[in-house]
Design a protein around this ligand. Structure first.
Ligand code: TYM
Length: 328
């Protein structure tokens, strides 16, 4: 069975970008693939060197993952820092990763701009740690959102380069995976591009109906359609993206027709989006509360997940050491 791996940084609660961009695909894959999901606590140190309460943040994400429908029996969930094999592969990959290509990664440039006093080596080598996360399981597919495309390109480069340098066909080139026809960028509703923690524009899976509705009703719009069948401006296209991911096709078509014949009222569109999002989020929110209360269960799942991840990673590392020329 093909292997699938994906992860998330524990720097806040899960939001709709994480859910629709990655977690939902992952949940759908767990029956048909050999899946593993992890919480990237080492990665979060690149931006948060003194995490407030990392244990608690990890448990929070674990509860949220499970509430979204990840079944740890089918798809183990583990914490990145529990699997030390990752570090060894990170080292091997770093030896063949070049300063120029790492400096060109857009997320590195963005982060370096945002935190000029802390342009650390971890930030620069973020993509090789991510490649190690994936390649240590020799994963073939990685469900991620559009924002991770460049990191995925680096992971493929690491795989190709390793195979080339050592003359082997050892690592498969991991492919981005999404259920929609193309990579998904869940937009923010404030007209600022993507939904993200650092953008401060998130709808969280923990938000109650009232909060979700308030956030959607405040979404930025314009003065309304002016000409029949015109192209939608970005802020309106963003609202339609929510319809596409959260509502039925009929609902999408209904509002699309209203846009095309210039009878669309944004208030109605927002109400529909809010209602459809609430009906998706409400049951997840309820399960988050249930799982969060059961720390014993969460800790056991992380322990069992780590055992399975270590087993998979240590088999890979044994081969990697042999291929590079070390004792395996
Ligand atoms: P992170 O923690 O920023 O986000 C986790 C996942 O959510 C997706 N995502 C989005 N998708 C669509 N639209 C959005 N607005 C949006 N916001 C977030 C991300 O694409 C991601 O899939 N580097 C990763 C974590 C990571 C990882 C890995 C992922 C570390 N190692 C190995 C896959 C494989 C990150 O920072 O994701």
């Amino acid at each position: 069975m093909e292997k699938v791996v994906s992860g998330i940084r524990p720097t806040g609660n899960l939001h709709l970008g994480n859910y629709f961009g990655a977690v939902k695909s992952f949940v759908k894959m767990q029956d048909d693939y050999d899946c593993m999901f992890f919480i990237a606590d080492w990665h979060s140190l690149t931006t948060h060197p003194k995490p407030e309460n990392i244990q608690q943040s990890v448990r929070t994400i674990l509860a949220e993952y499970m509430a979204c429908g990840i079944d740890p029996q089918k798809a183990p969930i583990y914490v990145q820092s529990d699997v030390k094999e990752t570090l060894e592969l990170y080292l091997f990959l770093n030896m063949n990763a070049y300063l120029g290509e790492l400096e060109r990664v857009t997320t590195f440039k963005e982060k370096a701009r945002k935190q000029p006093d802390n342009v650390n080596a971890g930030l620069l080598t973020y993509p090789t740690l991510m490649a190690a996360d994936i390649l240590q399981h020799r994963a073939a597919k990685v469900p991620v959102g559009k924002d991770q495309e460049q990191n995925m390109e680096m992971a493929r480069k690491c795989a190709r380069r390793f195979n080339h340098i050592y003359g082997v066909e050892f690592f498969p080139e991991p492919q981005n995976f999404y259920f929609s026809e193309k990579a998904l960028k869940v937009p923010g509703l404030d007209g600022s591009g993507k939904m993200g923690k650092s953008e401060g524009n998130c709808i969280y899976l923990r938000d109650d109906d009232k909060t979700i509705t308030k956030k959607v009703m405040k979404a930025v719009t314009d003065s309304g359609p002016q000409e029949p069948n015109s192209q939608k401006p970005e802020v309106i296209e963003n609202l339609f993206t929510f319809l596409r991911i959260a509502s039925t096709e009929d609902t999408y078509n209904y509002f699309d027709e209203k846009w095309n014949d210039c009878t669309l009222r944004y208030g109605d569109l927002k109400k529909q989006i809010a209602a459809d999002l609430c009906s998706i989020v409400a049951p997840i929110r309820q399960r988050i509360e249930e799982y969060s209360a059961n720390t014993e269960l969460l800790d056991r799942i992380a322990r069992e997940g780590a055992d399975r991840a270590r087993e998979s990673a240590s088999a890979t590392l044994k081969e990697v050491r042999r291929i590079v020329g070390f004792r395996s």
